[in-house]
Design a protein around this ligand. Sequence first.
Ligand code: HEM
Length: 508
Amino acid sequence: MFTMEALLVLIAASIIFLLVFQASRRNSKPKPGNIPPGDMGWPIVGETLMFLKPSLSTTVGDFMEQHMARFGKIFLSNLFGRPIVVSAEPELNRFMFKNDTKMFEPGWPKSFSDIAGKSSISFLVGDALKHMRSNIVEFLSTERIRNLFLQDMEYMASFVMSSWKDDTLISSLDEATKVNNHVTQVRYRHEKASNSPCFENFQFSFYIMVKNILSIEPEDPLIERLLKEYNTFTRGLVSFPLKIPGTRYWKGLKSRRILLEILYQETEERRIASGDKGGSKKKDDFLGWVIRNTDYSLEKIGDMMLHTLFAAHDTSSRAICLMIYFLDNCPKAIAELKEEFAGVITSKQQSGGSKLTYEDYKSMNFTQSVISETLRLGNIVSHIQRKLSTDIHFKGFLIPKGYHFVAHFSAVHLDPELFEDPQRFDPWRWLIGSSCGLKKRSSSEFMPFGGGARYCPGAEIARLEMAVFLHHLVRNYDWAVAEPDCPMTAPFVDFYKGLPIRVRRLTN
Ligand code: HEM
């Protein structure tokens, strides 16, 4: 039995331990030639909870703000149970991308590799990475974007918007439930608000990718099942890896299995039907391409398809929502977009064309600026992670082999030294002079699509999707956000209330 004295000694010892621990975990003085200053937080969890705390996606968040104020743009922390150097320094981020495959290796959390799959491109290195990348890049070629993706985008935009009823919060309860699966817990409390057309466009990019990966049309009943499982799959990607029923991680693994079963079955059917090389089930989609052009195992094909779907859909759909949100507060930009789109339509009518072409898209400078500004301010991918495979020396700091590394894009995109009044949505900052050309930014100051050997191969598709959706929306609808809402990073960008918008069809 404890006596009162023993209990007091124990309490005193615990307090002394905590004080010593707090004092020792701080390494706040920058020492040239040494590891960057920082705070290792608590044992095991370190500072992970603070890092993951939801923050407004147009800000750097409390974690970055406080750490940068204390330690500067390069600092040490302890996230996900490991030492990690966080960089908000454009030059260091550029250094990382330049040396990505030589000095760094993948460093994503365990939940991500378990659920996305170890053969997904984010975890490959060396020749395996080069090989898979070349297949993805070839499949997403400019030719294919011009001829096939653009057509699909035009069709899917009309398809999604055709279900919008005038002057109302669009979408049936079924639609809302389907879309609801996609978002954070907080949103579940806002059933009415999530019944909103903004999240219809989640399906817009999903339809485009599923059509191009698996040749499944939006009318196919299988698409609902895919979307439901896919949503659970993505929620598990960044979760605590606790494999017990009911956790996000457990559910994510379960949905991964179901999605893979569907993919494996389709792959096997195509392989059998074709005597391994095409035949009656030959389809001009990504799966068909991979079957014909690689000797990948079923497992590798499955991971590759799942990851590509995730990389393509979760990013573009959120970017479109953000664009709608920013424009809602900027009528001047909407007016300029209307003018730009009207100009494109007039010149098309004169030349006898009707469909939007790739050249039209390339000529839309103001639209391009709206897209760049949305990507800068909205920060869909706020940061990326790696692990060091060798010691690195940068500006007097040592970052040791085995440490993890975060290149923080949001902190750069919102740096007042680089972007004047960084929290203001200002598409005009991307234009040179009036509206005659696009301003080029240094590649280390603006990195929404990453850089180097892992630069996003879907960057052009993403921008095109945003442009096509915007073109259809602005030409055919007036819209207004129906309830105040704001984008939060948690860690994916999301809207608390689902960004409910009310639309009214324009009579052209
Ligand atoms: C607004 C939309 C998008 C954003 C902001 C975005 C951003 C990014 C970023 C930052 C990376 C680099 C990750 C890293 O360095 O670890 C990346 C990689 C990737 N993205 Fe995107 N992306 C978008 C859309 C797309 C689309 C539409 C596709 C496919 C059609 C796609 C496919 C990929 C793939 C396959 C990778 C992995 C590349 C590799 O590891 O080599 N992304 N994306």
